[in-house]
Design a binder for this molecule. Structure first.
Ligand code: SAH
Ligand code: SF4
Length: 361
């Protein structure tokens, strides 16, 4: 406890400071979460923005060792939503006042997929008269594809670095041209250069991961001057190579508290960025997403993928699913947020304030 209050009063933190903060427990951790909540309130207010998440395809050419929809997992049925299915879900998000949608998918670099996403973006703009914000999370693509999607109307992109440390990255991915940290960083830079609100993030509580790795991840996000962050606990999937290392994964409660500390510290470091409270938090604890918001997150991505696809987009085991097409569940979700004293930013894009400051837009 002794060191934490004085560390919290600092304005910038080096790696050793961050490691000390990541070790905080009990009252010291509570103090840190509170300080983060105050920072959020002061710099960006108490609104939570909703992004309706559509998992448009689970077809993936990659083989990340942690992910349940990796190419080599034959135990799932591969799908790509039709444009009509996308349209229906987008219309629903719009009618519910969600403000934005996120299109997420496995990673495919191929013309038909590029076109499909372009059409989905154009349709979304069309349906909503340009009023729905659009975030993409479709992996690494060429600059020309990123440009095509931007011109069609997407304005934010999430590409998690997963692990900014080269050795840890190698332990989580096969060693080949498509699983390459340098390539991923270049893609992230391309997005930033092109004018996207650029988001990244990491998984927390991975086998082989140390507090030093996480401290460096935070420094990476700051140095990159990122606009948005989505990070959450690593959750195992039994049909993946990383499952073999399940005994080296921190306990559930430790993964939760480490994730909350990462959110809180990032909020203290980068006061005006958008931070998502991720679904993976709820996979470990039913109150996970709320805890993330209280720790400083200001965005959630409620899943609006049609029920028939849900079981085939399991990035990890026990992925929670709330049927938001049911009025009762949707209202419960909204109430849970409001009961914590937050306001939901209905019909708002909720763009990253950091992006506006960074670009003067
Ligand atoms: N294919 C795209 C987007 C879909 S995957 C991409 O990889 O960028 C979206 C995110 O899910 C990944 O960035 C990864 O951080 C997360 N993810 C995958 N498997 C996971 C697991 N087992 N536990 C927690 N998060 C996981
Ligand atoms: Fe594919 Fe993304 Fe999963 Fe990697 S994390 S296997 S790129 S869906």
């Amino acid at each position: 406890m002794t060191m934490i209050p004085s560390l919290l009063d600092k304005n910038s933190w080096n790696k050793e400071d961050l490691i000390t903060l990541l070790k905080a427990e009990g009252p010291a951790m509570e103090m840190m979460l509170q300080r983060s909540a105050q920072t959020r309130e002061r710099y960006i207010g108490n609104k939570i923005y909703l992004r309706g998440l559509l998992e448009i395809s689970n077809i993936c050419s990659k083989n990340c060792y942690y992910c349940g929809i990796r190419y080599e997992n034959r135990n799932i049925r591969r799908y790509k939503m039709t444009l009509e299915e996308v349209e229906k879900a987008v219309r629903f998000a719009y009618e519910q006042g969600f403000g934005s949608v996120v299109f997420q998918s496995g990673e495919i670099e191929a013309q038909p997929f590029t076109e499909f996403v372009t059409r989905a973006i154009a349709k979304t703009k069309d349906i909503s008269g340009g009023r729905l914000g659009i975030t993409l999370s479709c992996g690494e693509q060429s600059d020309s594809v990123y440009r095509q999607w931007k011109e069609a109307g997407a304005h934010r992109y999430l590409l998690r670095i997963e692990a900014s440390d080269p050795d840890l990255f190698k332990k989580l991915h096969p060693t080949d041209d498509i699983h390459n940290l340098h390539r991923r960083m270049e893609a992230l830079r391309g997005l930033q250069r092109m004018g996207y609100q650029t988001g990244t993030g990491v998984m927390i509580g991975l086998p082989f991961q140390t507090l030093e790795h996480l401290a460096n991840d935070l420094l990476f996000m700051r140095e990159f001057d990122i606009d948005m962050v989505g990070m959450g606990p690593y959750v195992m999937h039994r049909d993946t190579p990383l499952f073999e290392h399940r005994h080296e994964v921190p306990l559930l409660k430790d993964r939760i508290s480490l994730s909350l500390k990462m959110i809180a510290i990032l909020r203290l470091m980068m006061k005006d960025v958008n931070i998502a409270s991720t679904t993976a938090l709820s996979a470990i604890d039913p109150m996970g997403k709320i805890m993330g918001m209280k720790a400083g997150a200001n965005v959630i991505m409620p899943n609006i993928t049609p029920a028939k696809f849900i079981g085939n987009y399991n990035l990890y085991d026990n992925k929670p699913y709330v049927d938001l097409y049911s009025n009762a569940s949707r209202l419960t979700m909204e109430k849970e947020i409001e009961n914590q004293g937050f306001k939901i930013g209905f019909d708002e894009w909720g763009d990253s304030v950091h992006y506006r400051q960074r670009t003067g837009s």
